[in-house]
Design a protein. Structure first.
Length: 54
């Protein structure tokens, strides 16, 4: 099965948007990019929160 995001790589991980599914739908590169994006949002929110508290 091919990654449903990039359509280039072989799917090796399940999609996080379907936690009940164990079907491999995403390649590791796309999964990594999603996690990186999530982390950026979390860090940005924490910085905003810490500035408000100071």
């Amino acid at each position: 099965m091919v990654c449903k995001i990039c359509y280039k790589e072989k799917a090796t991980l399940p999609d996080r948007n379907k936690p009940w599914s164990k079907r491999k739908e995403i390649c590791s590169k796309c999964h990594q990019d999603r996690l990186k994006s999530d982390l950026k949002v979390i860090i940005k929110d924490n910085i905003k929160r810490s500035v408000k508290e100071s």
